[in-house]
Ligand binder design. Structure first.
Ligand code: GLU
Length: 511
């Protein structure tokens, strides 16, 4: 019988969700959707010391913005809940007790000072201390103490932890869907803490118990969890759950744009791109980390960028919608090596996705900037300008700087352009422009003929100089779309006003 695909995204609420985490959520989502499976959001908050208020809400909001939807989860409920580990606390003890009973775990009473002293003792001998099958005999635990001594400690409420008891010198193989078989010898692994006397499990125990009881079929997570996978495989064995153990896929790291190493918040700050999906205000320091949403990235573009960081469709196709990704995604094409974040490529994707937006949608993105500049233009006019200008921008925030002259007459003229274009006699030519606009029908073809053919060409004037001076008068600098289209858009009266002002302000120049 084939098993229903059930995957989970299981973040710890320790801060804003890094885009590496978003990519993990995305791959889980694509996999679930492709297989008609379930996607679950589980919050892993067993480490209360690292809990950050607001982080859980941030994760939910970020994934919702990106269109990564869940079938069950902390915010939705479902028949395998609760979905927050702190709310599941009462159920973990029995599993720790099962391992203790079956000899897969033991109580350890070593206080922090004793552990520290042990570490120092090893350091003095240039060795590193690890709590494992070779050292556990030297420590204070239920393997080294008598049954009476153990009971006495438990009865008197001495704090303890429950540690996993790795069997000595055993090869443990993790079958990874991306890397194949990864084998590690148990002698290299430490007896990880699974449970503490305050009743809280650690990540390892809670994660395995939850994946099992939530009937998770595939664990797709970051590569940083690969070293923990042998312990997880052993836990499934110890519990007797090996036949329903999920399949593992450990995703490659997201790397810095240049050099080596994991992509960090600092790389984002340094190179000016966000490492988080949404803005995040650190509740402790008040520090702001910028997000893709607030920088003006389109969620579909972010999805496309992240999908291709570590996976490819096997073709050259770069623009892929969520539906395309759901159709094409496959674990076989996930790369084994880390994926480098490319800032320029990210901008390119955003540019491409902006072009797919309707002029109306772009106008809606532009509205806050227009309001900030107290512009009160007709809606159709704004939509028309957005349609003309969107190909020139990669982010909505660039709109005002790119096309403010459609809404405001220039108040100054670029001196370099004046020097280069506004030659002697230019006031005469500009006066002629005004005359043409006042006499010929205000239509593209008519103005083209009267100005470019019958005036500039027929009089053998310098086309570039006259047209760029006209542009300078209307825009204030020598940028912008086709000049006549620009005139047709801002209108006859406004054009004449601007040209007259340039004549008045710049005036005639000496030869
Ligand atoms: N809570 C872990 C994290 O924050 C989840 C690891 C896993 O998916 O097993 O990444």
């Amino acid at each position: 019988m084939t098993r229903k695909v059930r995957v989970r995204f299981a973040p710890s609420p320790t801060g804003p969700l890094h885009i590496g985490g978003v990519r993990t959520a995305l791959y889980n989502y694509l996999f679930a959707r492709q297989h008609g499976g379930d996607m679950i959001l589980r919050i892993e908050d067993t480490d209360q010391t690292r809990f950050v208020p607001g982080a859980e809400q941030y994760i939910i909001e970020a994934l919702d913005w990106l269109g990564i939807k869940f079938d069950e989860g902390v915010h939705l409920g479902g028949s395998y809940g609760p979905y927050r580990q702190s709310d599941r606390k009462p159920m973990y003890r029995q599993y720790a007790e099962q391992l203790l009973r079956d000899g897969w775990a033991y109580y350890a009473f070593d206080c922090p000072e004793a552990l520290d002293a042990k570490r120092k003792e090893y350091e003095a001998q240039k060795k590193t201390f690890q709590y494992d099958c070779t050292t556990r005999g030297e420590m204070e635990n239920s393997l080294s103490l008598s049954a009476d001594e153990v009971q006495q400690r438990l009865d008197s409420g001495i704090p303890y932890v429950v540690r996993f008891k790795f069997p000595a010198d055993t090869d443990i193989t993790v079958h990874d869907l991306i890397r194949g078989d990864v084998t590690m010898n148990s002698n290299l692994l430490d007896d990880k803490v699974l449970f503490k006397s305050d009743g809280m499990p650690t990540y390892h125990l809670a994660n395995i118990v939850d994946d099992h009881t939530m009937e998770i079929s595939h664990v797709i997570r970051g590569e940083e969890w690969l070293p923990s996978a042998p312990l997880h495989v052993m836990l499934y064995r110890a519990f007797g759950w090996e036949d329903t153990m999920p399949q593992f896929a450990h995703l490659p790291l997201l790397l810095k744009p240049e050099g080596n190493g994991k992509l960090s918040k600092r790389d984002g700050d340094r190179l000016g791109f966000p490492v988080f999906p949404l803005d995040w205000h650190d509740p402790k320091t008040g520090e702001l980390s910028s997000g893709y949403r607030e920088k003006g990235y389109i969620p579909e573009a972010v999805i496309n960028i992240l999908a291709l960081l570590g996976w490819n469709p096997g073709t050259d196709q770069e623009i892929l919608s969520m539906d395309d990704l759901i159709r094409l995604f496959n674990v076989e094409h996930i790369s084994k090596s880390g994926a480098k974040f490319n800032v320029e490529k990210a901008k390119w994707f955003n540019h491409e996705y902006l072009q797919m937006k309707s002029d109306e949608e772009i106008a809606a993105m532009f509205a806050p900037q227009l309001a900030a500049h107290q512009v009160n233009a007709a809606h159709e006019y704004i939509v028309k300008v957005c349609g003309m200008m969107k190909e020139r921008i990669s982010f909505p925030c660039e709109l005002w700087d790119t096309c403010s002259y459609f809404f405001e007459a220039p108040t100054e003229y670029d001196p370099a352009a004046v020097k280069k274009r506004w030659k002697p006699g230019m006031t005469v030519h500009m006066t002629k422009v005004i005359e043409i606009l006042n006499t010929v029908p205000f239509e593209y073809e008519a103005i083209h003929k009267a100005l470019l053919d019958d005036y500039i060409t027929a009089n053998q004037l310098n086309m570039g100089q006259v047209m760029n001076s006209l542009r300078l008068a209307v825009v204030g600098k020598t940028v912008g779309p086709d000049m006549l289209t620009l005139i047709m858009t801002i209108g006859k009266d406004e054009t004449i006003r601007r040209v007259q002002r340039a004549i008045d302000v710049i005036g005639e120049v000496d030869a």
